[in-house]
Write a protein that binds this ligand. Sequence first.
Ligand SMILES: Cc1cc2nc3c(=O)[nH]c(=O)nc-3n(C[C@H](O)[C@H](O)[C@H](O)COP(=O)(O)OP(=O)(O)OC[C@H]3O[C@@H](n4cnc5c(N)ncnc54)[C@H](O)[C@@H]3O)c2cc1C
Length: 290
Amino acid sequence: MEAEVRPLAKMDFVAPSSLKEVLSLLEKHGNKAKLLAGGTDLIPKMKKRAIMADLVIDLNRISGLSQIEVRNDGLHIGGLTRLAEIKESPLVKEKAPALVQAISLMASPPIRNRATMAGNLGTASPAADTAPPLLVLDASVKLESARGERIIPLSEFFTGPQSTVRRPDEILTEVFLPVQDGSSAFLKLGRRKAFTLSVVSVAAFARIRRGKFEEVRLALGAVAPTPIRGRRVEENLKGKEVNEQNIAQAAEIIKGEIKPIADVRASEEYRREMSLIFTRRVLEQIGGRG
Ligand SMILES: Cc1cc2nc3c(=O)[nH]c(=O)nc-3n(C[C@H](O)[C@H](O)[C@H](O)COP(=O)(O)OP(=O)(O)OC[C@H]3O[C@@H](n4cnc5c(N)ncnc54)[C@H](O)[C@@H]3O)c2cc1C
């Protein structure tokens, strides 16, 4: 049976050309407005009436929010930067390889050409693929409103499925990754090899000195109401020698940290088992680089 194609519900649409205008529109209409970046998530949901808005604020005419820059403190990625551009950026490849790996495994080239950094985080999907790499890279996000700006660690940004700490009058304008010494990796399990949402995704960052984990960070997607850090696994491995046995023991702990659900893509048990296997694999991958 063919899916019913429904037109969008009636709404007002504005396409301001400056951030200042967006902030003033959000100040007046924040509760009833939706920000439109790439539209690859928002438009299909609006067609299904899963998201309704009286006003859509198109961000595509705004300049100055799609830069990728390295400054003294780290890497700054503008919220409106397209995922395809991040994937091809030599700066991101060097500083945040796990993010590039995650984007390479997302959706399809046409979608990555439209989809943006802020849009992926803005979905607040537990399976948003940029979240695990950004979590292990200790990312924070900048939220701006007419009242000012605030910087929120990404680990405090998500509050539940489709829910974040963003207030209705705020826009996510930047993702920041601090300078750090170490390596990162990302793995994704989907129902197919490409063009598929994550059943389990996992990212790890590690700094290894003299054969030991000096610093380890682990994050998973699609196995809890929000993307999560695997903090007990991290604590278990810190200071330990990098070897298969220590990694396998620590990876076991992840089963107690996740809260997977069963859905159309996988059962709860499968997600739990695969979280363990993918945690072990990603830690072995970065351990092997030490
Ligand atoms: C066929 C298909 C395959 C997909 N595959 C994947 C996949 O493999 N992995 C994955 O993670 N996702 C996938 N997606 C989902 C989607 O493409 C991505 O999440 C994408 O990154 C969304 O970005 P966007 O710019 O298009 O966001 P939009 O659709 O424009 O917006 C998404 C949400 O973010 C909010 N938002 C947008 N910009 C801002 C901002 N600056 N500040 C605050 N809130 C903002 C919007 O209001 C909306 O709620 C897929 C979608 C489709 C249709």
